[in-house]
Design a protein around this ligand. Structure first.
Ligand SMILES: [Zn+2]
Length: 493
């Protein structure tokens, strides 16, 4: 069976991101390659693939590329864990596994053999909002890759045995059903970091805040089938193909496979609203290391400030490394991370630090944030961070699989703007003053969430518990015996 995975939340870090608010304009067709961009930092034509919709509503993104004898195929279905309430959140993940379990023409083993013997491999994963299926294959067999993916998505036989097997695999992937001990520690909040507690306050209830998290054994067959019929319809799917193929031949292959899927109405549910921001708060938790940090709920990849935050991430990373590590040796490697969905982002700064240094480190990080709020940052340093980011972009997307994955993670741009946004163009035009302006707004003092984790001494807790149980095993019988002896004495007297 294909190696499947459920990605951690907030995975869209790095290059694949997005970027500008805009008016929604769904595409019917675009003229491909009419004005191919050829900036110095990205592969030619990256931002100008052919984009069109089939008559049944399925969106297609095609980018022929020469240079490598491979084709990367991705099918994205608009359903993820956050499409469901907590208890049912494993429905899409379980469905993803089931779709690899065999069709009316091929068993699971035969499907595996078919792809691998034609120079291919496949995978799938489920995140908060989407389920993505991928096939990477030798370019001469691109049509077979598309046909097989179509077969998996439209002709899977969901047997009771397959449900049982997939359920076990998904439970195993999620680390097993939580045991009694973990459930108790969880209920007491001893497993929870300050970061997790912050997200429980700031994020949508169906994402990181889900409590208790659903497990695959909660999911019924009816729920799986209902999910398939509701979400696996052409109007809720996008097919991306990138690599060494003939455009007309590929369009014909897609028309005779995915084009035959029956049209079905689909209306996406609105996302849950974000909870109101609680203002400046301080939260404490437990983690494997003692640390302090700050978290800001910011705009997501589709927001205008996203560009500035992406520059401020390497800027602050370098700056804090200099101030905390190089100059004072207070912490080994402070971490700065901006991660996001299209409509909400999380900018987090954290440092593992010894207890006596906590207040000093906190004040030094706060001073750097103040410099952004006061707009006293060295503008040259911001320009350098921006230019460094652009140069890393130049190395970021090379293979056909990279390009296909880039389109997958940027599909919201098609939805928002009707095209993929030229990231390099936007970044190059970003002035340091506007980066600071956006940073000052995003890091406003009255939206600062301070985090502090104390180290959870797991081993010590375990040793202490054993000691307590052992002590009780000796002490309780001893007390009982002693009490009885006393009573006997009382009766006697
Ligand atoms: Zn999985």
């Amino acid at each position: 069976m294909a190696l499947s995975d459920r990605l951690p939340r907030y995975r869209r870090v790095g290059r694949a991101l997005g970027r500008c608010a805009g008016v929604c304009a769904l595409l019917v067709a675009t003229a491909p390659f009419a004005a191919a961009h050829a900036g110095p930092f990205s592969p030619p034509g990256l931002y100008d693939p052919a984009v069109y919709r089939l008559a049944n509503g399925l969106q297609v993104v095609l980018r022929p590329r020469t240079g490598a004898r491979s084709v990367a195929i991705r099918a994205v279905v608009g359903v993820g864990t956050s499409s469901y309430p907590c208890r049912e959140q494993e429905v899409p993940h379980l469905l993803e596994h089931l779709l690899f379990s065999g069709t009316s023409s091929h068993s699971e083993e035969e499907l595996d053999a078919l792809i691998s013997s034609h120079g291919g491999s496949w995978n799938a994963f489920t995140d908060d909002w989407e389920t993505t299926y991928q096939v990477d294959i030798f370019s001469g067999n691109a049509a077979l890759g598309v046909e097989t993916l179509h077969e998996i998505l439209t002709d899977t036989q969901i047997s009771e045995d397959a449900i049982a097997v997939s359920r076990d695999v998904v439970i195993h992937e999620d680390g097993g059903a939580p045991g009694f001990g973990v459930a108790v520690l969880d209920a007491l909040g001893l497993w929870e970091s300050a970061h997790d507690r912050a997200l429980a306050r700031l994020d949508r209830p169906r994402t990181s805040a889900c409590k208790p998290q659903g497990i695959a054994s909660d999911v019924t067959r009816d729920e799986i089938e209902a999910a398939y019929h509701r979400y696996y319809v052409p109007a809720n799917m996008t097919l991306v193909v990138v690599g060494d193929f003939d455009l007309d031949a590929m369009r014909a292959t897609i028309a005779r496979t995915f084009g035959r899927m029956p049209d079905a109405p689909f209306v996406a549910e609105p996302k849950e609203p974000l909870p109101p921001h609680p203002g400046a708060i301080a939260l404490r938790g437990f983690a494997s290391d003692a640390s302090i940090g700050f978290l800001f709920r910011t705009g997501g990849y589709a927001s205008p400030e996203s560009w500035a935050l992406r520059v401020l991430e390497p800027y602050l990373d370098q700056r804090l490394y200099q101030v905390l590590t190089v100059e004072r040796g207070l912490t080994y490697d402070p971490e700065v991370r901006y991660s996001a969905d299209p409509d909400v982002g999380w900018f987090e700064i954290s440092a593992v630090v010894d207890s006596p240094d906590i207040e000093l480190v906190r004040s030094l990080i706060a001073a750097e944030l103040d410099r952004i709020r006061d707009r006293t940052v060295d503008l040259d340093a911001l320009e350098k961070a921006r230019d460094g980011l652009l140069l890393t972009y130049a190395q970021g997307i090379e293979s056909n699989a990279d390009v296909a994955d880039y389109y997958v993670s940027s599909l919201f741009e098609l939805e928002d703007r009707g095209r993929f946004v030229d990231e390099e163009e936007v970044l190059q035009s970003l002035r340091p003053e506007s980066i600071l302006e956006a940073g000052a707004k995003a890091f406003a003092a009255d939206r600062t969430v301070s985090l502090r984790d104390r180290r959870l001494y797991t081993t010590e807790i375990l040793a202490g518990s054993l000691l307590a149980v052992g002590g009780a095993a000796i002490y309780v019988p001893w007390r009982l015996v002693r009490r009885r002896r006393r009573r006997r004495g009382t009766v006697k007297t």
